[in-house]
Design a protein around this ligand. Sequence first.
Ligand SMILES: Nc1nc2c(ncn2[C@@H]2O[C@H](COP(=O)(O)OP(=O)(O)OP(=O)(O)O)[C@@H](O)[C@H]2O)c(=O)[nH]1
Length: 376
Amino acid sequence: MIRELEQADALSLDDQRLARRHARTALAISGLHTMICLFYFQGGYMVANGPTLAMLLGGIWAGNLLLTLLVFSGRFRRRRDPSLSLPWNLWLTTSMMTSAYFMDEFRISIAMLFFAAMLLASFRQSLPGLLIMSIGAVSGYLLVLVLVWHNRSVQMNLTLEMLQWLIFCMASVSFVITGVGINALRTNLTAKNRQLGDALMKVREMAIRDELTGLFNRRHIMEVLTQQQALAESGEYRFAVCFVDLDHFKRINDRFGHAAGDEVLRRFAEIARASLREADYTGRLGGEEFVLVLTQSDLDGAAQVAERLRVALAGEDFSALDPALSASVSIGIAAYRVGEELNETLARADRCLYQAKTRGRDQVITEEALPLAVPA
Ligand SMILES: Nc1nc2c(ncn2[C@@H]2O[C@H](COP(=O)(O)OP(=O)(O)OP(=O)(O)O)[C@@H](O)[C@H]2O)c(=O)[nH]1
C-alpha cells in the first residue's frame, strides 16, 4: 500500500520541477541564439567587431545565469509564477532585439527566435502576460529598425523592413491567441490535477482507516508492524504490541442496542487516541478487538500506557447513552524480540490477552506474567 501511495505522490505535479525545466528550456533557446550570432559573425553578416560581440554575449549570459540562479534557489516557489516566465521572456526578447541591431538584412531571422520564447511562456502566462511580451517584442523590433535606419540608413530597404515588421506583428498576434489557448488548457489540467490529488487523499484515507472509529484498519496496522520490525532489526529500536479487547461487548449490544455498542467503540477510539503519543499507532482489527503499536517502548512503558487506557475507559461516563452503561477492556502486551517473526510477538500478546480474560477481565497482562509453558 505504502509503495502504491508513493507512486501516486510521484504523479502529482511539482511546481519547482517545472520551473527548473522552464529555465533549462530558456537556456536552450538562448544557446541557439548565441550559436546563430556566432555563425552570422563568422559569415560576416554582423555589423560588430569581436569585442562588441563578446560583450553582447557576455551580458546576455550574465542575465541568463542570474535568472537561472533565482529559479533554482527556489525563492519564488510559493509565488504565482515560480518559473519567472515573464522576466525570462523579456530578457530573451531583449537579447534577441539587441543582437538584431548588429545584424544586416538577416536581422528578422534572429527576431523570429522570439516565437520560441513566446511558446515557452504560454505554459505559464495568460492573456495580460502574453500581450506584454508581444507588445514588448513588436515595439522592440520597431526600435531596432529605427535605430538601424537612423545610424546606418544606407544599408536599409525601408519598404522591405516595414513589411517584415508587419509580418512579425501579425505572427505575434497569432502567437498570443495560440498562447491563450495553451494556457487555458494548462490551467484546466492543473485544476483537474488538484481535484485528482484531493480524491487520491480521500481514497488513501479510506484505504487505511476503519470507517466506524477512524483508527487504522487491520491491513495498515500490519504494514506498520512490518516497518517497526525492520526498524528494530536495523538498530537500537524497540516496540511493544498491545492487544485490546472490550469486555462482554456482546452483552452491551444485547442490552443497550447496536447503536450504543457502536458509540462505545467510537468513544474507546477517542480515548485511545488521547492516551497515546503522536508516534504510536492504534488500529482496529475488527469487531471489538484493537491493537496498539507503541514505538520506542519496552514492556514496562507499554504496561503504563495500557493501564492508563484501561482506567480511562472504566471511568468514562456513558450516562448520556444509558445510566447503567459502562465498559472495560482487557489488554495483553508483548515486546518485539530482535530476530523473531512478527507472528511470534503477536501470538504472545494474544496469549496475554487470553490470560487477562480468564483472570477476570478489566486488567492488563504483560508477557512477563505469562507462565513459561503456555502452549502456542
Ligand atoms: N455494535 C457493534 N458490535 C459489534 C461490531 N463488530 C462486532 N460486534 C459485536 O461484538 C460482539 C463480540 O462478542 P464476543 O466475541 O462474544 O466477545 P465479548 O462479548 O466482548 O466477550 P469477551 O471478549 O469474552 O469479553 C459480537 O456480538 C459482535 O456482533 C460493531 O462494529 N459494532
